[in-house]
Design a protein around this ligand. Sequence first.
Ligand SMILES: Nc1ncnc2c1ncn2[C@@H]1O[C@H](COP(=O)(O)OP(=O)(O)OP(=O)(O)O)[C@@H](O)[C@H]1O
Length: 913
Amino acid sequence: MTEFLQFAILGLGAGSAYALLAHGVVLVYRGSGVVNFAQGAIAMVAAYVCLETLKGEYDWSLPVAFAVAVLVAGLIGLLFQVLVLRWLTNAAPIVRLAATLGLLVILQAGVQQYYGTKSIRVRAYLPNDAYHWGDVVVQQDRLILLGIAVGMTAVLWGLTRYTRVGLAITAAAENERATAALGWSPQRLAALTWTVGGALAGTAGILVAPLTGLTPTAFIIIVTVSALAAALLGGFKSFPLTLLGGLLLGVGESLVVLYQDRIRDLLGLETLTGINRAVPFLVILVVLVVRGKGLPLRSHISERMPRLGSGQIHWRTLAVVAGTLAVVVIAFSGDWLRSLTLTLAAAVFLLSVVVLTGFAGQLSLAQYTVGGLGALFTARLVGQAGWPLIPAAVVGVGSVIAIGVVFALPALRTRGVNLAVVTLGLGFTIQEMVFNNPTFTGDKIDGAVRIRELSLFGFEVTATEYPERWALLCLVVLVLCGLMVANLRRSRTGRRLIAVRTNERAAASLGISVFAVKIYAFAVAAGLAGVGGILLGLRNTAVTYLEFNVFASINAVVQAVTGGLGFVIGGVIGALMAPGALFSRLVESSSATGAISTLIGGIVLIVILLTNQNGIADMAARVGAAIKRQPWMRALPTRKPVRAPELSAETTLGTATPTPLAVRGLTVRFGGVTAVDGVDLAVEPGQVVGLIGPNGAGKTTVIDAITGFVSPAAGQVTLGEQDITGWSTAKRSKGGLRRSFQSLELFEDITVAENIHAGADESTWRTWLTDLIRPGHHPLSPSASTAVRDFELEGDLGSLPGELSYGRRRLVGIARAVASGPSVVLLDEPAAGLDDAESRELALCIRQLAVERNAAVLLVEHDMGLVMSTCDRIVVLEAGRVIAAGTPDEIAASPAVRDAYLGTEDETTEAAR
Ligand SMILES: Nc1ncnc2c1ncn2[C@@H]1O[C@H](COP(=O)(O)OP(=O)(O)OP(=O)(O)O)[C@@H](O)[C@H]1O
């Protein structure tokens, strides 16, 4: 017990510092909506500034050095907001997150360039007397740190609750207009929170350095992961909960150290490293799994993502570039050849980021960790078990694909920034527990990881003996991987990935399994990272696991965003900037650490983000298009234009299986609010049933419950004979139940044709694999073609939804919902925003759906003219309850309905006309 208390008290120091750092993260998030991944890097800079000014030529007193260091940290926050983030207010969240990663990289590389990577012991700044409490020793510095953290929590809590500026910050977390209403400019508020957030990071960094030691690498990650975990525990909102989170983490880490021998014995390992680093990660994971949601709520705003390339393969250009590179490989030698090899391997890694983050929208900060595991498995099979390269690589890549699936599990319950935090924690934990543990990596002395002779189809390709052969292998593998990723982009499977990245709710409503897509994207990305890891790791005589550290993963995202996250070529361009790659060879000597190129890489990223957030590949594409428009280019032979989407000549009439929909006793509650209360409803094939009622009556919630977006508290939904109440959204959709959305929820990144395709794609498990190799060119199905013709969208197929008028966008949403020929269609306010002529056209199309296609249609609509002219029956809701049901005439005549919703009889009759 004494030991337990002793270790718990020891942990309070680090815990208090984590809480301070996390407070900065929370404050910045509340004030500017950005999660600052550079918080640990700002803390590190302050710790170095304090250390530097206390000694040597400065020799300042501690209070002065401390104050200056905290000021510097605050200034970094302020400058970053004013010079960078201010200009990215309307950018995609991933772009703003990438900017904070850029700041992290710049600060880390800058300090590393100056100080190197060695760890510095920092003497204690705070008085360190010991008090005795029974047998337990209580260090004074721990108590002071705890006092500072508790005091700061109270100050921040009080300020945000009771002062005008604090209220403005609280309002900013909700929405920017509220901030403006309180008389604050959102930009000034963001600048203030970034300054204070930076100063808090600085304070924490200086105070925690004596406890952890100081390096420009591990220090940043330890404090960043812990601070983000504590902030996550506080929901990026509550200061008291964040304090609690920080303290729990600090104490937890310390207690794990106490029990680590027992844990090692329990796991049956010879050595155990970094187990205490697993604590924040496990905490993050548990919080996310408990709090996470399988699908985002209706209120979730889809995040804009960087633009996507087309995935078209330009065979001639590819042949010329690959041929030239092959010649260069043969011509190069020494350092240049090594850099070229590294660039090619890094490009394979970046392709994994393009698939995972660019196509599927899942931000992972652990791709190099995954690749490192691929190198580890393969190296052990080759080096220790003596396996030939190909089977070893197949097993290595297969194993990391399985691990990639495990990495995907947190992504099933969360998304966006939270996912980035989890993967950062996971990557760091594996780095500390696996890559630093000789039990797993093999002892260098016994040669377990030594790469002996490697051969491929009878040719020796050992990189140390034949570097040019290994480089050629890297080139061939990169080309193959690039072709696969381009195929994926153009395929049905690629469309599923993009649908999920753009709008998970809409994807699920079209029968796309969001879970399956995320697992697939993680698996493919892990496979690519595994291949990259083998190419990178096996190019030396022994695998250097340092290459696969968390910074490499962070850098990979930075490079991919710089190159162009949505473009296959973006991965290759980004790889030029990898540490040790061709760009760094140009700017650094062969002995350099890669810090300068990393530093420049960070700066280039910020410049790119400020000028074109879609990356260099997109800029190049635009320049190319501009050149092609020049008159002198018209004389040159042009490439075949991209094939226009084809419509099927066949027309379908009739759904696959006419099926009635029935809802009995449906009740939905949101906390204390009963939004839907015992609703009964039936829609037969060939019938249009209207669901009307005043705003907030519960109409959309009925559709949400029928389609599986919300779970009912009571009631039953049946489709034909089947009770589908417990089914997932995607399964209901595959069963023939489709919906449109009040807020459209189109896939804005892909063309109208691709949107319609996404609604009609038939998916089989085989296509997940075959699409990587033969994506094929599929015309729109007869049913989708019929929808296109019915809604007169033939001329819009090649446009992006954003290029169309609001009315036409609405029609795209409905056409997408009916493209697969569903048995039941639920339309949520389809006429909102349409003019009279468009409304009349829509009424015809809805009748056609029911009469010609024999679909069962439920129509939620406020346009009474449309409802009265199209519906066979109408159900009226008020405050979640059915108050009337009957034919349009019966409803128009019902006094209860007129009182609640329709108004005077004259108005109703007028509307019906
Ligand atoms: N996720 C949610 N959390 C809490 N309350 C909710 C949620 N979604 C809906 N509600 C509430 O449920 C009630 C019904 O809302 P719903 O959007 O279904 O009404 P509606 O009839 O479709 O309204 P409108 O015609 O304005 O679209 C409202 O009081 C709404 O505030």
